[in-house]
Design a protein around this ligand. Structure first.
Ligand SMILES: [Zn+2]
Length: 274
């Protein structure tokens, strides 16, 4: 069990480390450019080759972030190989810490739960990054990676609700969102499906088309979060069931996928409380 606590703290610290580095090193004032740099860093960390830009290595600071992101992905695959039996315990520990953070939030701030089908670690980090940049007084409450080695929704359900999974295989993401919402006394549970729909739709396209689409989706999600925060003084718990990967298909064309691959981004299910 000590091991689980240690691994949990290590992964959380690394996630926060990545976010702090990005906050210090990036600042073009152009949201789309910033999103592209973050997307590129995670793509290169997983695939070890450029997607849109070959310029990352020219900026020593961005190169530092890239190396840090690689180290983080190394740790994720180490956890998958060495602690595979503890994946469930690890997820429960991450959730326990998230619930503890939410328990500290004053009752006057309504809680909301948004489960995103297929939001990547790059999208999650971008959202936390942008909140930090745009709201100077704002410090994110909590951000953590949750490991889903299967890289698909079904394995996530199993990790979160192993008992109900065996009772009923028809458990949906909406059910999971509702269960979490109940636990944290949330006002509303929302399922955001845009990512997964896009992942399954984009085949044989240019890399720029993929990044553009994902930027649009992430901006939409960001606006939704801002609306809940500013309009209702809400605290929002944002979860993802798995991430996604961009796979080269030759002739300069790519496709999107989410699947099992220890060193890829699909296996990371992010969790934010903002
Ligand atoms: Zn899917």
């Amino acid at each position: 069990m000590d091991d689980i606590l240690e691994v949990t703290s290590l992964l959380i610290n690394e996630f926060h480390g990545l976010l702090s580095m990005l906050t210090r090193y990036i600042g073009f004032g152009d949201h789309e450019e910033e999103y592209k740099v973050i997307f590129e860093i995670f793509y290169q960390a997983a695939h070890r080759e450029p997607l849109l830009s070959t310029n990352l290595h020219k900026d020593a600071r961005l190169l530092g972030v890239l190396q840090y992101a690689r180290k983080f992905l190394d740790h994720v695959s180490e956890v998958i190989y060495e602690h595979n039996a503890d994946i469930h315990a690890l997820a429960q520990e991450m959730l326990r810490r998230a619930y503890m953070v939410l328990a500290e939030v004053p009752e006057s701030n309504p809680r909301y739960v948004i489960i995103c089908d297929g939001m990547s670690v790059a999208d999650a980090i971008y959202i936390a990054y942008r909140l930090r940049k745009e709201y100077k007084e704002y410090m994110e409450l909590f951000i953590t990676p949750l490991i889903n080695p299967g890289g698909i929704t079904e394995t996530y359900k199993f990790i979160l609700e192993p008992h109900s999974y065996f009772q009923s295989t028809s458990l949906t993401l909406k059910d999971i969102a509702r269960k979490i919402a109940e636990k944290v006394h949330a006002k509303d549970a929302i399922v955001f499906r845009g990512y997964d729909e896009t992942i399954h739709r984009l085949r044989n396209v240019h890399a720029t088309d993929i990044v553009d689409e994902m930027y649009k989706l992430t901006s939409r999600l960001y606006s939704k979060i801002i609306q809940l925060k500013n309009g209702f003084s809400g605290v929002v718990m944002v979860l993802s069931d798995h991430g996604y990967d961009v796979i080269e298909r030759g002739m300069g064309l790519y496709e999107m996928k989410h699947f099992w691959r220890p060193h890829f981004l699909s296996v990371i299910a992010s969790l934010l409380i903002v």
